[in-house]
Design a protein around this ligand. Structure first.
Ligand SMILES: [Fe+2]
Length: 377
């Protein structure tokens, strides 16, 4: 028999508990959620007398990681991988067979790029400009997600100023999750999506290049004309854009919703969530910060883009944490009383939860805070 929520024996209960998870915790306890499928499946709550992150030391390879991407040297891709185009040199930080996370600081590109390995989802942390694609042009700015299906030919023409993008490269098709009973217009109305608009292209007679990435090797194909020479298109597969300001997070005044309520994109074996400014839970006994957990089925990456991050002290914009499955995390102990002093959170953060374990690259190691694990003590 497969045990489910509907199995008559369950939920079992022992000792001091609260019947409603995340609300009115027994005095002096810290709640841990022990759950399958990223808090979406079978779940047990453990009421503990200490935060599970209050370790004294850790031996062995498993530990939480934190990276300050602001500190990545501008020429790191060139230094590490040899010949790359300075105008477009994604630096891979974490990866597995489903997804790869890169940091991109592009300049104006005099060539086009095409990723034959996967879909490209950009989160624009800083900067903006014009994205030229085979479907037309799309202006973009801070807070935009740009979704480019595998095989799209494109280039960035950033405007002046600092450009810092998180690239989530997906080796399967990226889509948006079902809204189920929230209805089709929840979180963001599909009508808020923008797509490129065809416009006359630069038809300067010269040699135009398309750099195609296939199995991480670049092949350059050259044309005597602009390769974005499309004068019309129809269909349901294209580049699209949504800004985090146009995502309206759902919340409950009386219950701390799990991360899955903040899912923005899904793909094979991973999910992308957006944590956005919103009021805190207002009922006195309702938790306002995440429960402790080891997210037993997922590795969890959080990129912090803006605001004050309620679950972590010492983390600022442009930083990224990686909590591998199996080791605990949760609110920093100081965050629990701090959350009681405020009515809302102003955070903007992008989370990537991956089913399969991630690996960190040497580039990530250059900007890792080696003492992060100790900051939890
Ligand atoms: Fe988590």
């Amino acid at each position: 028999m497969r045990l489910t929520h509907d199995t008559p024996l369950f939920p079992l209960q022992q000792g001091r508990i609260t019947r409603q998870a995340h609300v009115d915790l027994p005095e002096g306890t810290f709640e841990e959620e022990f759950a399958r499928n990223g808090f979406f499946g079978r779940t047990t709550h453990l009421y503990r007398t200490h935060p599970t992150t209050a370790w004294t030391r850790i031996e062995g390879p498993l530990r939480p990681h934190s990276y300050d991407l602001n500190q990545l040297p501008p020429q790191v891709a060139e230094a590490m991988f040899g010949s790359v185009e300075p105008a477009f040199a994604p630096v891979c930080l974490l990866h597995n067979d489903d997804v790869a996370l890169h940091w991109v600081t592009p300049g104006p590109m005099d060539f086009f790029y095409r990723n034959a390995d996967g879909d490209d989802v950009y989160y624009i942390h800083a900067g903006g400009g014009r994205l030229e694609t085979v479907f037309g042009n799309l202006d973009y700015t801070k807070g935009d997600y740009l979704v480019l299906p595998r095989g799209t030919t494109y280039r960035f023409l950033p405007s002046e100023g600092e450009q810092r993008y998180l690239l989530i490269e997906s080796f399967s098709e990226v889509s948006i999750p079902d809204r189920n009973q929230l209805g089709p217009n929840a979180l963001f109305d599909p009508a808020m999506i923008d797509v490129p608009v065809l416009a006359p292209v630069d038809d300067t007679p010269k040699e135009w290049a398309v750099h195609i990435k296939r199995e991480n090797a670049i092949t350059k194909v050259f044309y005597p004309f602009n390769p974005c020479d499309v004068v019309g298109w129809k269909g349901d597969l294209t580049v699209w854009r949504i800004n985090v300001k146009d995502i309206r997070p759902i919340l409950s005044a009386r219950y701390h919703l799990p991360p899955s309520a903040h899912s923005t994109f899904i793909a094979r074996n991973f999910v992308i969530c957006s944590f956005l400014p919103r009021p805190f839970e207002e009922e006195e006994g309702a938790m306002r910060v995440p429960f402790y957990h080891s997210n037993i089925d997922y590795d969890e990456v959080l990129f912090y883009s803006d605001g004050h991050f309620f679950s972590r002290e010492g983390i600022g914009p442009g930083m990224m944490t990686w909590h591998p499955q199996g080791i605990h995390h949760g609110p920093h102990p100081k965050a629990i009383p701090a959350s009681r002093q405020k009515d809302r959170t102003d955070e903007v953060a992008v989370m990537v939860d991956t089913w399969r374990p991630l690996k960190a690259t040497t580039a990530a190691g250059l900007v890792e805070n080696q003492e992060y694990w100790a900051s939890w003590k």
